[in-house]
Design a binder for this molecule. Structure first.
Ligand code: 1PX
Length: 215
């Protein structure tokens, strides 16, 4: 059998996992959120080693979350909502500066959550792009509007360099393994609202608890 990391990326699969993320009362299941990210990381890896420093950071953060989910208090980590409540109630979150809990589930997930906003902006640009649009430009614009605001200069610089070697629009649509460009565009139209909803729910939850700037 092929290890999951070695299987080809497929947009449908990511779409499916993000569909599974939301419970009936709009709680976000951590297990499926992580699975969605795993699919995205697979995609990133298929673009080549230049993106290694990005995927490595994402993988590290996923590992931290998986360890909580599979750990002795795993039942508290079933949804993002329950994770927040559990970690806050038990003083497990460094709220203003890094101290005894530098790798809380809350701060770790916040990093991925911010990256999800980048994804949403980037995919929306990709969906509405014309044949001569440049992926590197779409990617940089989406980044500057979102994640970049949380990154120091060095990271912004490194990210900017990585964007320059992104494949062109057609090649990019092809690695999504969906079929012809029109099909990819249609599937993006289905995926983006889902990603956006998961993002909004998480954003509101973090905002309510004043956790959007966790160190
Ligand atoms: C359908 C296909 C779409 C493409 C999917 C691509 C998935 C991209 C996954 C990006 C994950 C990035 C997670 C970054 C988390 C983060 O902000 N980490 C920083 C802060 O963490 P800390 O623990 O220190 O507080 C950390 O410093 C990050 C370092 C790595 C560089 C991050 C650059 C992010 C650029 C995002 C754009 C990815 C470009 C992919 C092109 C398709």
């Amino acid at each position: 059998p092929v290890a999951p990391e070695e299987q080809k990326f497929c947009l449908q699969e990511v779409l499916d996992t993000f569909k599974l993320c939301l419970s009936e009362n709009k709680d976000v299941y951590l297990e499926h959120y992580i699975a969605g990210w795993r699919g995205l990381v697979k995609f990133l890896n298929s673009l080549g080693s230049v993106f290694g420093f990005i995927s490595m950071d994402a993988v590290n953060k996923l590992k931290i979350l998986v360890a909580y989910l599979e750990g002795e208090n795993g039942s508290q980590y079933v949804t993002i909502q329950s994770m927040l409540k559990y970690e806050l109630d038990n003083g497990l979150v460094d709220l203003t500066k890094k101290a005894s809990n530098p790798e809380s589930g809350c701060r770790t997930l916040l990093r991925l959550h911010r990256a999800l906003r980048w994804l949403e902006l980037f995919l929306e640009r990709l969906r509405t792009s014309s044949e001569d649009s440049k992926t590197s430009v779409m990617c940089a614009e989406a980044y500057n509007e979102s994640l970049a605001q949380h990154h120091p200069w060095v990271i912004r610089k490194a990210a900017g360099m990585a964007f320059c070697v992104l494949p062109g629009r057609l090649a990019f649509l092809e690695v999504m393994n969906v079929g012809p460009p029109e099909k990819v565009v249609a599937m993006l139209g289905e995926a983006i609202p889902l990603i956006s909803e998961v993002y909004q729910i998480t954003e509101e939850l973090y905002a309510q608890h004043n956790l959007l700037e966790l160190p």
